[in-house]
Structures are given as structure tokens and as C-alpha cells.
Design a protein around this ligand. Structure first.
Ligand code: SF4
Length: 237
């Protein structure tokens, strides 16, 4: 019997990146995805929760989604907590976990999945699209396996901070602090759930490696690390 691997939809997406490094992935697997010297600022989760509350509040008041979201998606669903939104792939014994920011059901019972990104849509964001595509398709697979229904569309919603009105900056000033506006940019993501089994098989393949895989030759981080180790060795010998 194989060791069960637990992986988030986001980490699975790393395998879809053109600059994917099997060594880095293997190390992360060994470390249980808790790498030293890394931290994720909590403000992004706070902002995502804020957007979800705004959308839920708007739907409760108007019986429709805000106009800055894609049209025809129907009504928002309660998304289960990430610990309950998972699917165990028996063929690879990999448990895929992670929940989307928003799910909706339209009149034809079709499900749409949306994820909010607090960022400007730039070429850099574009570079992460393979990761996001795998992430959102993972959510689609989990939703269908959990019986939510057939997923028909996937969306990224970029929440872009807007500049202060330079002619009237005082409108952003509150007694308690200040306000920042956001504009939403919608990006449809290709629905291609067939990509997920191949990515899960790759996870299993890397997890079963008994030796560290080769590093990526063009990676500057690894070159810098090698230089650091080399310099340290020279200083201490
Ligand atoms: S080559 Fe780069 S990505 Fe791969 S293990 Fe080294 S630092 Fe990480």
C-alpha cells in the first residue's frame, strides 16, 4: 500500500508551470509543504473574505450578482470549508484538497467556479495562468466528485487596487483611516478537467522517488545557493 499524499489544488498547479522544478517540488513534499523562511501575508485572505461578504450581501439585497461579475452565473452557493472540499484519487492515492472562493449554480443547474486574486492583471499574472488553470480545474474535479453537479465555467476575478483621485484625495480619507477602491477584471479560464489525473500521476511519481531529482539548470536561486554554500565552506576551512 502506498503512502497517501495530500496536496492542495494550488500546489498541484505548480506542476503545470513551464519552469516547474521536480527537485523543488520533491523537497516541498518531504517538508510537508512547510518551507523555512517563507510566510504568506494574511491580508490576502482577509481581502478575499471581504469580497465574498460583499458578493453575498449584494445578492441578498438584489437577488442577483454584482454587475462586475460575469453574467448568467445564477446564485452563489455555500462553499464547504477546504477541509471538507477534497477528493481522494484511488489510482494514485493522492488526496486533492482546497476550496474555491466562490461557486454559483445557474437555472440549468450548471456550476461555475470563481477565484479572487488581489492583484493587477499584468504580464506577470499571465505567467501564472497555467498554475491557476490547474488550480481551478482541480476545484471543478472536486466539485463534480462531491456531487455539486456539472461544472460549466471557470473564472479568475482580478481585484485591482485603484489609484487615489489626485484631484480629490480627501474622498479616500475616513475618520478611522482611509479607503481604497478596487476594480474587478474578469478572466475566463479554460475548463479542462482531463489535465488533473495526469498531474496527480506526476505527484505520485515524484513522491515515490528515493533520491532527490535533478535541479533545473537555468535556476538562478540554486546557483546563488551553491555560491553561498561554497563561500561559507571557504570561510570555515
Ligand atoms: S533548481 Fe531552483 S527551483 Fe529547483 S530546487 Fe533549486 S532553487 Fe528550487
Amino acid at each position: 500500500m502506498k503512502r497517501t499524499i495530500r496536496i492542495s489544488a494550488k500546489h498541484l498547479g505548480e506542476l503545470a508551470m513551464p519552469d516547474f522544478c521536480a527537485r523543488c517540488f520533491w523537497i516541498q513534499l518531504i517538508c510537508g509543504w512547510r518551507m523555512p523562511f517563507t510566510f504568506f501575508p494574511g491580508i490576502f485572505s482577509t481581502l478575499d473574505s471581504h469580497v465574498k461578504r460583499v458578493v453575498a450581501g449584494y445578492f441578498a439585497a438584489h437577488d442577483r450578482l454584482p454587475s462586475w461579475l460575469p453574467t448568467g452565473l445564477g446564485k452563489p452557493l455555500t462553499v464547504p470549508h477546504w477541509s471538507k472540499f477534497s477528493w481522494f484519487d484511488e489510482s494514485t492515492e493522492v488526496l486533492l484538497v482546497g476550496a474555491p472562493d466562490e461557486m454559483t449554480r445557474d437555472r440549468g443547474n450548471r456550476i461555475s467556479i470563481l477565484d479572487y486574486k488581489t492583484a493587477k492583471y499584468t504580464e506577470n499574472a499571465d505567467a501564472l495562468l497555467p498554475l491557476y488553470q490547474a488550480q481551478l480545474n482541480s476545484y471543478a474535479v472536486i466539485a463534480e466528485r462531491l456531487g455539486f453537479g456539472q461544472v460549466s465555467s471557470l473564472w479568475l476575478i482580478y481585484c485591482e487596487p485603484q489609484p487615489v483621485d489626485s484631484k480629490n484625495p480627501l474622498v479616500s480619507c475616513l475618520d478611522s483611516g482611509f479607503r481604497m477602491d478596487f476594480a474587478a477584471k474578469i478572466l475566463p479560464v479554460q475548463l479542462e478537467t482531463k489535465m488533473i489525473p495526469a498531474l496527480l500521476a506526476k505527484v505520485r511519481q515524484i513522491a515515490d522517488m528515493t533520491e532527490m531529482p535533478e535541479r533545473r539548470e537555468d535556476c538562478k536561486n540554486c546557483q546563488q545557493l551553491n555560491n553561498l554554500i561554497q563561500n561559507t565552506l571557504e570561510l570555515t576551512t
